[in-house]
Design a protein around this ligand. Structure first.
Ligand SMILES: [Zn+2]
Length: 154
């Protein structure tokens, strides 16, 4: 609840609501940093699809200040390392959909996507189609990636 006062939780926001829950397979939060956190996508385009998200409930990157932006990039780099380690991924899509017309799933709370990719994957746009093949259970993915993330931090 300290979080709520500090950052101004917004009702009905997917990210803010998950932040209010204890971390685990329920909210899929892998790591909480000082200004930002890392959460698994509940409807991943590929196994290990993560999002790096500021605590601040803001719709776009230019509303964030320097330390927040710096930590977003730092966590994004950590996400790449963890995904390389977990899946042997050598390719990635990294990016943000800002605003409704860009396809943002949560329009009011900006977030960066990190997806591991493999040779033979269809391209990023094609993977947003209805049919997705997700062989690994989301809970298993979560436990595995969280263990790796925690290990790196020790
Ligand atoms: Zn929010």
């Amino acid at each position: 609840m300290e979080y709520v006062e500090k950052h101004g939780e917004q009702e009905g926001c997917f990210f803010c609501e998950n932040l209010a829950l204890p971390d685990g397979p329920e909210n899929l939060i892998l790591h909480r940093g000082e200004h930002a956190f890392v959460i698994l996508n509940r409807y991943p385009y590929t196994n290990g699809h993560m999002m790096v998200v500021p605590y601040a409930h803001q719709p776009s990157l230019e509303m964030l200040d320097g330390p927040v932006l710096a930590e977003l990039m730092q966590l994004l780099v950590e996400a790449l390392s963890v995904l390389r380690q977990a899946y042997g991924a050598a390719s990635f899509n990294v990016g943000a959909n800002i605003g409704k017309a860009a396809g943002a799933g949560v329009v009011d709370h900006v977030h960066l996507h990190v997806l591991p990719r493999w040779p033979g994957d269809t391209n990023f746009m094609a993977t947003t189609a209805e049919v997705r093949v997700i062989p690994e259970d989301l809970k298993d993915t979560f436990e595995r990636l969280r263990a790796l993330w925690t290990e790196r931090r020790q």
